[in-house]
Design a protein around this ligand. Structure first.
Ligand SMILES: [Zn+2]
Ligand SMILES: [Zn+2]
Length: 412
């Protein structure tokens, strides 16, 4: 008995690092579409893919709609067509699939969130959270925000500028959270989709802690171009100003799939399995996952696995779950207190943030146990791992597997 207790104690210490006693990693995707909007498959089919592919939680986030109410669609004239319907019927059978022919029109009923959640979730193994992609715009520029674990539908809120559209939608989610007492959070989707958002549109947002640093949809410009910042550069500018100038909390970076296409698997299609989050939490419940994410107890990945992360206030270290024959390069990236800040919005959006000391490479290593000792003058430090392994069915050709660890600030 004594030996067993000792063993459990050692296990606990090894696997959890600093604080949480019985936390473990949970894999999830918070951004995905179904036939409720412009995805090409049924919610249960999508949930089934994620459940069977090692995920522990999922939010199906359709554009400006929740999966509720009596919704019958044409069984063949939809994004998934006859093929999707046949696969659905084969997988779930006619006892579950509700379909009929009315005036020679084949129809199928889309299941509500409460129905597919009850059917597909498994306690402690697979969790479904209700979600919505609040799909807004400003003067034709797309502005999308996800709401995760919301209770009631939220229409897009509009606003008089890009940043006010963002803030109004964030506020709507946080107001519902306050009113209902249910934990939920907004996150900014694909900032470079349509080259919509600049750092200055996001720097001063209140109540927003998350944005997508990596989105698997092929049209979202994660890596920027000659005229536009990449999402990691945007991330560094946002956090430098948030922490260094405006005394706002850090913004965390999410990886998501934003999957729409479940039948044709190819580069150029928006498929499953491209980007996800790994959350270190004591339990698989909405509140446990959300609280952990709000603490920053997660990392984002497109393939690289991290076994443990330690942040002590004086050091930032972690362990990569290395695969045989694969090498890993880690960059610790951050901004120091004396960076060249500017009130000029154009300068804040500069294409060369590193000239202002924003997002400096503070150290680089090929160790699978990277370690960074804070100098003390960093506003924040984040870690980016790039593997030598090519990603299967990537967001863009030639992409290598990556992990994005959340920024941390040294203790004052
Ligand atoms: Zn979107
Ligand atoms: Zn989307």
């Amino acid at each position: 008995m004594k030996i067993l207790k000792k063993f459990i104690l050692i296990l606990g210490l090894c696997s959890t690092g600093v604080s949480a006693e019985e936390s473990r990693w949970w894999k999830g995707n918070l951004h995905t579409h179904s036939l409720w909007s412009d995805g090409d498959d049924y919610p249960e089919m999508i949930a089934d893919w994620y459940r069977e592919n090692g995920y522990n939680f999922l939010g199906i986030s359709d554009h400006n709609i929740l999966a509720e109410g009596d919704r019958w669609i044409h069984a063949e004239k939809n994004a998934g067509g006859r093929l999707a319907f046949e696969k659905y019927l084969k997988k779930f059978g006619s006892d579950w699939v509700e379909h009929k022919t009315e005036k020679n029109i084949p129809k199928v009923r889309l299941k509500n969130f409460s129905e597919y959640e009850a059917k597909m979730s498994i306690e402690g193994k697979f969790l479904l959270m209700q979600a919505e992609e609040l799909t807004d715009q400003f003067q034709g520029v797309p502005i999308h925000l996800n709401a995760t674990n919301l209770k009631n539908y939220i229409p897009p809120q509009g606003g008089s500028s890009l940043s006010s559209v963002l803030q109004n939608n964030v506020n709507a989610v946080m107001d519902q959270r306050k009113k209902t007492g249910q934990l939920m959070f907004p996150h900014i989707n694909h900032p470079n989709f349509g080259w919509a958002l600049k750092p200055t549109d996001m720097i001063k947002l209140k109540g927003e802690q998350f944005f997508e640093v990596y989105n698997g949809h092929p049209a979202v410009n994660n890596y920027g171009d000659a005229k536009h910042l990449s999402t990691v550069q945007i991330w560094d500018i946002i956090n430098s100003y948030r922490v260094g100038i405006h005394k706002l909390p850090l913004m965390f970076g999410l990886a998501t799939d934003d999957a729409h296409n479940y039948h044709q698997i190819a580069v150029g299609k928006s498929n499953t399995g491209r980007g996800w989050v790994m959350v270190k939490a004591p339990a698989l419940s909405p509140s446990s996952i959300i609280k952990a994410m709000e603490r920053g107890d997660f990392y984002s990945s497109s393939g690289v696995s991290i076994s443990s992360i330690k942040t002590s206030g004086t050091a930032f270290s972690f362990k990569i779950s290395a695969e045989k024959g694969v090498t890993y390069t880690t960059w610790f990236v951050g901004t120091r207190k004396g960076f060249k800040s500017s009130k000029d919005l154009a300068k804040r959006n500069s294409l060369n943030p590193s000239e202002a000391g924003i997002g400096e490479i503070l150290s680089q290593t090929t160790s699978i146990e990277p370690n960074y000792i804070f100098k003390g003058d960093e506003l924040y430090v984040r870690a980016h791992v790039v593997s030598s392994k090519k990603k299967a069915n990537p967001y863009s050709l030639g992409e290598q597997e990556q992990a994005w660890l959340q920024p941390v600030s040294p203790r004052e």
